[in-house]
Design a protein around this ligand. Structure first.
Ligand code: CP
Length: 310
């Protein structure tokens, strides 16, 4: 592929190639080995229309550790605030010859729209409620490192599944890799067509947690909730928050994940978030290696070298 727009378009073998490439970049990403010249002369532009801490920073570090020139554009300080359209912004950036455009946008499908209209390789860094493919890849990388495999695992994805591009991309990836996916949350925050993603659906946390190998908690996305009925924060945390008692229902060696940002005390108890089962900061660490793998594969693909990558 010339772009990485979603997990949906990736084959199982392509996912494995990205995870394996990320393993080979892991030491560089963690700075136990100095940066490599792999992308010297390449330019990566991060164009973010929504706030980000982890994704934007890790794409920047990934590009820099591969020796690419990396430019960050945060929309609040760009001419988008003067009314410039997404396409005009992209065409103007394209005039400066970037090799890769990393785009986060509030509209589902925005990266697909841009990809068909630009010469640069486009990476979806989160589009509306649709997909966040590099998050799913870094989650898979983290799970595989801890569990040694993805196939046969039971993964409970809990909380505001309806608005979560992370849940969608994870369900698509994990199903392709042979894991069982359970969604759990309040009925108003469960997607109507969850079965089409191959996920079991529960409107209570407990049956989803039962024997799970991986528990992935999601943030309630209040910014996307206009018009949706929601219990109060206290009620939500009482019924759908992950605490130590609920975590005891999962497998004895279960790991706890959260893509961030967390609402501590709402979907996750701080004792669990900071506890020994939490791999939340390992996910962030994996983000740099996985994004190095994605940038490397797209750059190699653009040079016409045959790869199985994104
Ligand atoms: N997980 C994630 O996408 O975090 P940011 O919004 O901080 O990038």
């Amino acid at each position: 592929h010339r772009h990485l727009l979603g997990i949906e378009a990736l084959e199982r073998t392509e996912i494995l190639s990205i995870l394996d490439a990320a393993e080979s970049f892991f030491d560089v990403s963690r700075r136990s080995v100095r940066k490599v010249p792999t992308l010297r002369g390449k330019t990566v532009i991060n164009l973010f229309y929504e706030p980000s801490t982890r994704t934007r920073t890790s794409f920047e570090l990934a590009g820099k550790r591969l020796s690419a020139d990396v430019i960050n554009i945060s929309v609040s300080t760009s001419s988008a605030v003067k009314g410039e359209t997404l396409l005009d912004t992209v065409k103007n950036l394209e005039a400066m010859c970037p090799d890769v455009l990393v785009l986060r946008h509030q509209a589902s499908g925005a990266p697909h729209y841009v990809a068909s209209r630009t010469k640069a390789a486009v990476v979806n860094a989160g589009d509306g409620t649709h997909e966040h493919p590099t998050q799913a890849l870094l989650d898979a990388f983290t799970i595989r490192r801890r569990k040694g495999r993805l196939e046969g695992l039971v993964v409970a994805i809990c909380g505001d599944v309806l608005h979560s591009r992370v849940a969608r991309s994870n369900a698509l990836l994990l199903r392709k890799m042979g894991a069982t996916v359970r969604f759990a949350g309040p009925r108003t925050l469960l997607p109507p067509a969850a079965e089409s993603l191959g996920a079991e659906v529960h409107d209570r946390l407990e049956p989803a947690l039962e024997g799970a190998d991986v528990v992935m908690m999601l943030r309630v996305q209040r910014e996307r909730l206009a018009g949706t009925f929601l219990p109060s924060t206290r009620e939500y945390s009482r019924k759908f928050g992950l605490n130590e008692a609920r975590l005891a229902l999962a497998a004895p060696d279960a790991i706890v994940m959260h893509p961030g940002p967390m609402n501590r005390g709402v979907e996750i108890d701080p004792l669990v978030a900071d506890g020994s089962r939490s791999v939340i900061l390992d996910q962030v660490e994996a983000g740099v290696a996985v994004r190095m793998a994605v940038l490397w594969m797209l750059a190699t693909e653009a040079e016409g070298e045959p790869t199985a990558g994104a």
